[in-house]
Write a protein that binds this ligand. Structure first.
Ligand code: C2E
Ligand code: MG
Ligand code: MG
Length: 591
């Protein structure tokens, strides 16, 4: 029996059908791949060894702006992108072809000839034939434009102020740091400056017109500041009403002060905020790189210190930092620390200065004035510590102490030495206390605790403190008035208020500032001013107390003007309680 090796017919049939199956399977595979490619949300493309497209998917066709994927075959990136972008892609692909190494997740910006920009993350691989030879490349690019925009936005938020769109502190410090590096390389040949700007009385706008108006004003100020600096300078908002400017590469200090002048001039033009005309000004501090700073923070700190000096010396001005200021700042810091301790250790004492009825020359009462018995510095006067206490908030507990002590002392004297009319006590209220609306409540509590008749308590508010806190001040004053507590306007004539304004407040007495009284004799127009204040006050139904009366001539002249009361060294200096008590008992010494 012979065995045939030739396939039998059924076997041939099997082979044909197996091939057909295989073809069908391959077709199905191709179909799946094409479906996958054409529905992919990424661009997919194949290129030959010369970086010509051999195949692209629908998404890529849409991105390239060709209707059908087939139309891209034989073309290159130069047909669809800028030359620069296309050239880079070509170089990348030739590198892949040479080395066989893929490029994975490279983020690139695609710029179309029409200027459109797209961010993509691209992976490109070598394309091999079945024998393993590289025959081209293929790539997948994913559109990451949205993510990039989001990242940009986050970066913007990290480095820019959202209200004014100016650089923020982080970016400012970053630029300053860079400038320090540049200056080091330049070995002292590079001069630059930091300007620190604080808007004067910004709180008044916020309190008076509302926060929205405050915000609008800040934006307006930012726009004006932009006009004062060069494009190479960095203008930043540090926060609140504080701005900084980094002046790069200036020739001398004069360049910095000239810009400060320009800023002040620019800000002096009134702003229009919510239909209201708002006047603004700023205090500026300047630190120059010539001071050999080691750290950017030190330079910023000194510009801040200089700004404080500018503000303290009367606002709306600028000041260049010098070493003395640093010393002062350090001693101020020490003062602040001491002050905190002083309150805990009860190192404050009230002194009492008599207030005299000019007609009868009798004692009407006292003004309580704070003194600090410092363990090493001795007696410290209020003009040294009150401003620091104000700034640090320590005026709260200090003011509270003075109020309690003065009321308690006066009640005690009234009990011991009954008089008709009863003696009164005046207590000073600071700007900051007035801004805190609980002052009235605090007074009510102290009167209750000490048992002092409210009509015997006078609160002295300086004219400027009142002008700075018109809104909250009006409320506090009304409440005090309702309690029958009297209000005196202190240092009158120094705070630029108009009497018509004061007329709106239940003011009992104007205290004419001592600067007018002291000049009464040597300048006739000063006497005229005092005369005008007295007669205006009388017309408004107010009394007048003259402060700082030092000579008999002044006292007599004031009496002739019908000024109600007087206070001054002529009668007595401020005294400790025990000595003041002797005046109640023995009467005033002859003068
Ligand atoms: P002030 O309320 O205007 O007080 C009058 C100041 O003038 C006192 O200065 C007083 O000693 C001084 N003085 C009185 N008579 C004469 C005089 O004939 N000639 C001269 N040259 N000066 C005279 P003092 O005690 O140094 O207080 C200064 C300022 O400190 C006060 O001005 C007041 O604004 C503030 N102050 C004092 N004690 C307190 C307090 O307890 N609380 C608050 N918030 N401020 C206070
Ligand atoms: Mg006073
Ligand atoms: Mg005064």
């Amino acid at each position: 029996m012979s065995q045939s090796l030739a396939p039998t017919v059924p076997e041939i049939d099997d082979e044909a059908s197996a091939r057909q199956d295989e073809i069908a399977r391959l077709k199905q595979e191709v179909f799946l791949l094409e479906t996958l490619m054409d529905n992919s949300p990424d661009s997919i493309y194949f290129k030959d060894l010369n970086s010509r497209f051999t195949r692209i998917n629908r998404y890529a066709a849409a991105r390239f702006g060709v209707g059908e994927p087939a139309l891209a075959v034989g073309r290159t990136d130069f047909d669809y992108f800028t030359d620069e972008h296309a050239a880079q892609a070509f170089r990348d692909e030739q590198e892949i072809i040479c080395t066989g190494q893929p490029l994975v997740n490279v983020e690139e910006k695609e710029t179309k000839p029409d200027g459109g920009v797209l961010w993509v993350s691209t992976t490109k691989m070598p394309l091999r034939d079945s024998a393993g030879n590289i025959v081209g490349t293929f790539g997948i690019s994913r559109d990451i434009t949205q993510r990039k925009q989001f990242e940009d936005q986050l970066e913007h938020q990290a480095f820019f102020d959202t209200l004014t769109q100016l650089p923020n502190r982080a970016l400012f410090m970053n630029r300053l740091q860079h400038l320090f590096h540049r200056a080091q390389r330049a070995q002292g040949d590079l001069l630059f400056a930091v300007l620190y700007l604080d808007v004067d009385r910004f709180k008044g706008v916020n309190d008076g017109l509302g926060h929205q108006a405050g915000d609008d004003l800040l934006v307006e100020i930012a726009r004006r500041l932009e006009r004062c600096v060069r494009p190479s300078d960095t203008l930043a908002r540090l926060g609140g009403d504080e701005f900084t400017i980094l002046l790069e590469d200036i020739a001398s200090e004069v360049d910095a002060t000239r810009i400060a002048d320009r800023i002040q001039k620019e800000l002096s033009v009134p702003f229009s905020v919510h239909g209201q005309e708002v006047f603004s000004s700023a205090s500026l501090g300047i630190a120059l790189s010539s001071s050999h700073y080691q750290r950017p923070e030190d330079m910023l700190r000194d510009s801040d210190i200089a700004m404080y000096r500018a503000k303290a010396s009367g606002r709306s001005r600028h000041q260049v930092f010098d070493v003395d200021m640093h010393q002062r700042a350090v001693s101020l810091l020490r003062l602040e620390t001491d002050l905190r301790r002083a309150i805990e250790r009860r190192e404050f004492v009230p002194y009492y200065q008599p207030i005299i009825d000019l007609e009868t020359r009798r004692l009407r009462g006292f003004e309580a004035l704070a003194r600090w018995l410092h363990p090493t510095r001795g007696l410290v006067m209020p003009d040294v510590f009150i401003p620091v206490a104000e700034e640090t908030g320590l005026i709260g507990p200090l003011g509270d102490f003075m109020l309690v002590e003065a009321c308690r002392q006066m009640r005690k004297w009234q009990r011991q030495y009954a008089r008709d009319p009863a003696l009164c006590i005046s207590v000073n209220v600071s700007t900051r206390q007035l801004a805190q609306s609980d002052v009235a409540e605090q007074v009510r509590r102290v009167l209750l605790e000490t048992g002092l008749d409210p009509a015997c308590l006078t609160l002295e508010i300086t004219e400027s403190a009142l002008m700075q806190n018109l809104k909250s001040g009006a409320d506090v004053i009304q409440r005090l008035h309702d309690m029958a507590v009297r209000l005196h306007i202190d240092d009158f004539g120094t705070g630029y208020s108009s009497l018509s304004y004061l007329h709106n407040f239940p003011v009992h007495t104007l205290k004419v500032d001592k600067s007018f009284v002291s000049r009464m004799e040597d300048a006739p127009n000063q006497a005229e001013i005092v005369k005008a204040i007295v007669s205006l006050a009388q017309n408004l139904g107010m009394e007048v107390t003259a402060e700082g009366v030092e000579t008999n001539a002044q006292a007599d002249a004031l009496q002739d003007l019908h000024c109600t009361n007087a206070q001054g060294f002529l009668f007595s200096r401020p005294l400790p309680a025990a000595e003041a008590e002797r005046l109640i008992v023995d009467g005033l010494p002859p003068y």
